[in-house]
Design a protein around this ligand. Structure first.
Ligand code: MG
Length: 372
C-alpha cells in the first residue's frame, strides 16, 4: 500500500471512529421465569418469583447497547422496572450522545429525583448506564475494562453454593452443592448462615470448613437477620472457627451497627449489596462499617457509579467484592485495583486456578446470546 493511501484510509477510519453517535431508541423486553424449587437464605426464598428486564439502546451508527436486570424475588418488580424505563428513562435518554455517560447519569438523577434515585428507580438508571457503556466500548472496539484502565485481566472468584434447602435436615443437599463447587475448581466458597440457631450455624460452618480444607476459603452470609447483639455473639464464633468474611450481619441501613461489628470483631466485615449509589457507600465507609464493600450492579448503580464507589473505598483502604457475577461485573472489577473477588457459582467457561479470565468482546458483553 502506498504511504499516501495508507494515511488517507487511516485518517478516514479515525474520523469514522470519532463520529458522534446519537441514541435513537430505547426498547425493553420482559421475561418472567416459571417458578423453580427455591433456595433459601436466612431472610428470603429465591426462585419462586423471578424475571428479567432486557434493555436495548439503539443508535444512529448501527451500534446497539444492551443491559439486563434480574429479579430473584418479587412478582411485580420486573414490570415496575420496565414501566420506569419506558416512561421515565426513555424521554431523557433518546437523543443523547452515548459518549457522555456521566452527563447521562446526571440527567437521569435530575429527571428521576421526584421518586428518588434509590430503590427500583436506581435499577433503571444502572441498566441505562450499563447499556451506554456497552455502546462506548463497542464504538471504541474495546472491552470496557480495558477502556476504564485495566488493573488485571482476571478475577479471583468464589462460589455461592451453600444455601438452605427444603428437606435437608441431614445436610446432604448442602454437602452435595459444596462438593460440586469444589469439583468445579473454586478456591473459595460462600455458605449461608443465621436462618436457625447458633448450634445449626456451627454445624453447617464446620461441614463447609472441613470440606474446603486448609487451602480454600469459606465466607459466611447472614442476609441482614441479626440484631447488633446477636450479630456480635455469632460473629465471635464464626471468627474463632476460621470463616474468611462475615457478610450482611445486620440490615443495610444500620451503618453504626456495622461500625460496631468492625470494631469489635477481627473477622472481615462485608456488606453493600443492598446499598444504593456512592452516597450510601460513602456513609458506610466514613463510619468504618466494613472491611469489604460489595456493590450490586442494579442497586449500587452501573459502571459510572461503581468506579466512584471503588475509589472512595480505595481511599479508605478497603477492598471491594461484587454482589453477583458475570461479564458485567468482570468488566468493572478488572478496572478496580482494590477488587478482590467476584461472586459467582456454577461451572465457569474461563476459570483458571480459581480465577475467571476477563472477556475480550468489545463493550460490556451484555448482548443476549442467541437462543439455539
Ligand atoms: Mg449476600
Amino acid at each position: 500500500m502506498l504511504r499516501r493511501t495508507f494515511l488517507t484510509t487511516g485518517l478516514a477510519a479515525a474520523a469514522q471512529q470519532r463520529k458522534a453517535l446519537k441514541i435513537t431508541a430505547l426498547e425493553t423486553e420482559l421475561v418472567i421465569n416459571p417458578p423453580r424449587t427455591p433456595n433459601y437464605d436466612a431472610l428470603q426464598a429465591l426462585g419462586i418469583h423471578s424475571g428479567t428486564v432486557h434493555l436495548r439502546l439503539r443508535t444512529d451508527g448501527g451500534i446497539t447497547g444492551y443491559a439486563s436486570s434480574n429479579f430473584g424475588a418479587i412478582d411485580g418488580g420486573p414490570k415496575t422496572l420496565q414501566a420506569i424505563l419506558e416512561n421515565e428513562v426513555k424521554p431523557l435518554i433518546v437523543g443523547q450522545d452515548p459518549a457522555f455517560p456521566k452527563k447521562i447519569r446526571a440527567d437521569l438523577f435530575k429527571g428521576l429525583q421526584y421518586q428518588g434515585v434509590t430503590g427500583i428507580t436506581q435499577f433503571a438508571i444502572a441498566a441505562a448506564d450499563i447499556a451506554v457503556w456497552d455502546i462506548v466500548g463497542k464504538h471504541a472496539g474495546l472491552p470496557v475494562w480495558r477502556m476504564l484502565g485495566a488493573a488485571r485481566d482476571r478475577m479471583p472468584v468464589y462460589s455461592m453454593c451453600g444455601w438452605y434447602y427444603d428437606g435437608d435436615a441431614d445436610l446432604s443437599k448442602y454437602k452435595k452443592q459444596i462438593e460440586t463447587a469444589l469439583g468445579q475448581g473454586y478456591r473459595a466458597i460462600k455458605v449461608k448462615t443465621g436462618r436457625y440457631d447458633l448450634a445449626d450455624d456451627e454445624r453447617r460452618l464446620r461441614v463447609a470448613l472441613d470440606m474446603a480444607g486448609r487451602d480454600r476459603r469459606v465466607m459466611l452470609d447472614a442476609n441482614q437477620v441479626f440484631s447488633r447483639n446477636e450479630a456480635l455473639r455469632r460473629g465471635k464464633l464464626y471468627q474463632q472457627m476460621g470463616a474468611w468474611w462475615y457478610e450482611e450481619a445486620l440490615p443495610p441501613h444500620d451503618m453504626d451497627g456495622f461500625a460496631e461489628l468492625a470494631r469489635e470483631l477481627d473477622i472481615r466485615i462485608a456488606t453493600g449489596e443492598n446499598l444504593y449509589t456512592k452516597h450510601q457507600f460513602n456513609d458506610l465507609i466514613q463510619r468504618r462499617g466494613a472491611d469489604i464493600v460489595q456493590p450490586d450492579n442494579r442497586r449500587a448503580g452501573g459502571v459510572t457509579e461503581w468506579m466512584e464507589i471503588a475509589a472512595i473505598a480505595d481511599a479508605a483502604g478497603l477492598h471491594l467484592a461484587s454482589h453477583g457475577g458475570g461479564d458485567v461485573n468482570m468488566n468493572m472489577l478488572c478496572a478496580i485495583p482494590n477488587a478482590i473477588y467476584m461472586e459467582t457459582g456454577g461451572p465457569q467457561e474461563r476459570m483458571v486456578n480459581g480465577e475467571v479470565l476477563a472477556p475480550e468482546t468489545p463493550g460490556m458483553s451484555t448482548e443476549p446470546k442467541r437462543r439455539a
